[in-house]
Write a protein that binds this ligand. Structure first.
Ligand SMILES: Nc1nc2c(ncn2[C@@H]2O[C@H](COP(=O)(O)OP(=O)(O)OP(=O)(O)O)[C@@H](O)[C@H]2O)c(=O)[nH]1
Length: 300
């Protein structure tokens, strides 16, 4: 069985209201859409959906600062949104081909000038235009920005959506499957956080700690000052492993926490207070129910 390298990454979707962002997500992800609970301020970036295939996973981020119109044009795209666009692997900029280019599109393109991330222009609703209109439209939009790719689609009918996914894949690095394949959850971001903590531990302990450690998020809530409090438990099988992970005077665990927190803050766009606990759970690997409780997913 030849298994190609797994690729994964975060991709932001931007575009003015009504261009078809939700329709595209539904077309790509269908019933498997993972919607984050609508708690305002838990995180600034909502996860729009997670697409999982045999060899890739794309986590689509909603960047509210961009496509939710606010009172002033100046607030239209805030710094958080811009920072998100800098952190993701690629940006999907959706426009409405039937509507044509408008001020909203130009404004977004203007903000993109400071962003080095590859931007894929997605010309949506092509089912509503004459084929001859496509080329002039592409030419017109090309002047707005140096797009990495331009892909015409119909999100509603599904035309060319697979091509779009292929294009996105080009910009994804090798990476882990952040989410279980069929997971439909109110808190998809918890899996990412757990995975990031796990990754840091494995990185810092090398061979001393087996890959079988598991991380669960026990508590996650937004504090009044906007900081998100996260409490995570790291499960190991032996006392000796617990000792290694904690390190001398807690030094290693502290460093794991620091590195994980930095990554989580970048991904979620919120200040994070991360508390880590290490617990020994003997032979949990062999207990299926415990496995499921831990939200652990086996590699396919
Ligand atoms: N004909 C046609 N209509 C589409 C297409 N994609 C989306 N629409 C329609 O456009 C309207 C807006 O689509 P949404 O997916 O809600 O747009 P959105 O960008 O998520 O909108 P906001 O939530 O306001 O940001 C809906 O009526 C869709 O049915 C398409 O490819 N072709």
């Amino acid at each position: 069985m030849s298994k190609k390298e797994f690729k994964s990454g975060f991709v932001a979707i931007i575009g003015r209201p009504n261009v078809g962002k939700s329709t595209l997500m539904n077309q790509v992800i269908g019933q498997k859409i993972a919607i984050m609970s609508d708690k305002p301020q838990t995180t600034r970036n909502k996860i729009h959906g997670v697409y999982t295939a045999d060899n890739m996973q794309i986590v689509f981020l909603d960047t509210p600062g961009i496509h939710k119109r606010q009172s002033k044009l100046g607030d239209f795209m805030n710094m958080t949104a811009l920072n998100t666009l800098r952190e993701v692997e690629a940006v999907l900029f959706l426009v409405d081909a039937a509507d044509g280019m408008g001020g909203g599109d130009r404004f977004i393109a203007e903000q993109l000038k400071d962003v080095k991330t590859p931007v894929i222009l997605v010309l949506n609703k092509i089912d509503q235009i004459e084929p001859e209109a496509l080329l002039p439209l592409i030419e017109q939009y090309s002047k707005l920005h140096e797009f990495a790719e331009i892909v015409p689609i119909s999100a509603k009918l599904g035309n060319n959506v697979n091509t779009l996914l292929d294009q996105v894949k080009k910009y994804l690095p090798a990476g882990p499957q952040y989410y279980p394949e069929d997971q439909i959850t109110d808190h998809p971001e918890q899996f990412v956080i757990a995975e990031l903590v796990r990754e840091k531990i494995l990185h810092m302990t090398r061979e001393e700690v087996p890959h079988s450690i598991a991380v669960t998020i026990e508590d996650m809530r937004a504090e009044k000052n906007g900081t998100v409090y996260v409490s995570a438990v790291i499960y190991v099988e032996r006392d000796s492993q617990k000792g290694i992970i904690i390190g001398k005077q807690g030094a290693l665990l502290k460093e794991v926490g620091k590195r994980a927190r930095q990554d989580i803050e970048r991904l979620l766009g919120s200040k994070i207070f991360l508390e880590l606990w290490v617990k020994v759970k003997k032979d949990w690997r062999n207990q299926d129910r415990v496995l499921r409780d831990l939200g652990f997913h086996r590699d396919a």
